[in-house]
Design a protein around this ligand. Structure first.
Ligand code: PGA
Length: 259
């Protein structure tokens, strides 16, 4: 069970980032069934990493990464910098960056670079809207295909896909995706990967869900959605919600184990 916390552009002071990390650390240490990765704004990478220290189910990650090692890239973060800070996971291709113009090709370059440097890419895919004719499935198909272009099939399992339908991001649990629809999408993603490689590879790939995951819907989404975890935005900067997500997922996986 993997929970990736995408803090986005929050909180707005270093002190708050430190306090939030301390609170999350306590929660995660009590919930050994889950592994959490904190992806703070790049400026807080150092303080968050130091505050995490050595905990075997809590790690530091990043929200984005450049495909270049160093040089003329104003405002970007190099894979070498991330490694130096101890961040071995990075979100890539978040819809908020795609919206600002990031293309599938640029995302593919970032994924390939991350794999070269031993950083696990958490690749966001997701449609803007749903249509009756199912064209959104083609959108997801293309995103997966271009994301994996030029990557050796044996390395596919080092990529984590985070399915984040854009229409479900930043809302509330009530407006998030239903477990049933998520189940269908998770199977679809694995089917596409399987066509590009093999069933064995597709089945061992991790797929996360993101889009208004809160304490209230986390258990049902985990139980019915057939995902390996969540990419959590607004609820990840609220320790109470974060704790509720972990607790409800724990209960859901106990129920699943009994079935
Ligand atoms: P949300 O964000 O949980 O606030 O919907 C998820 C994301 O954008 O990664």
């Amino acid at each position: 069970m993997l929970i990736v916390a995408n803090w986005k552009m929050n909180p707005v002071t270093k002190k708050e980032a430190e306090t939030l990390t301390k609170e999350i650390k306590k929660i995660v240490q009590k919930n050994k069934n889950a592994t959490a990765i904190l992806c703070p704004p790049a400026l807080y990478t150092d303080i968050v990493g130091k505050t995490i220290g050595r905990v075997n189910n809590l790690f530091l990650g990043a929200q984005d990464m450049s495909w270049q090692e160093k040089g003329a890239r104003t405002g970007h973060i190099s894979p070498l910098m991330l490694k130096d800070m101890g961040a071995l996971h990075t979100i890539i291709g978040h819809s908020e960056l795609r919206e600002l113009g990031e293309s599938d090709e640029q995302i593919n370059k970032k994924i390939r670079t991350a794999l070269t440097y031993g950083i696990t890419p958490i690749v966001c895919i997701g449609e803007k809207e749903r249509d009756e004719n199912g064209f959104y499935l083609g959108v997801i198909h293309k995103q997966i295909e271009t994301a994996l272009e030029g990557i050796a099939k044996k390395d596919y399992t080092d990529v984590i896909f985070a399915y984040e339908p854009i229409w479900a991001i930043g809302k509330s649990a009530r407006e998030a995706m239903t477990p049933h629809d998520l189940y269908e999408m998770s199977l679809y993603i694995k089917k596409v990967v399987s066509e590009l490689s093999s069933k064995t590879i597709a089945m061992s790939m991790k797929v996360l869900y993101g889009g208004s995951v809160e304490g209230q819907n986390a258990g049902a989404l985990f139980e019915g959605g057939s995902v390996d975890g969540f990419l959590v935005g607004h609820a990840s900067i609220d320790p109470g919600e974060f704790e509720a997500i972990l607790k409800n997922v724990k209960e859901a996986s106990a129920r699943k184990a009994q079935d």
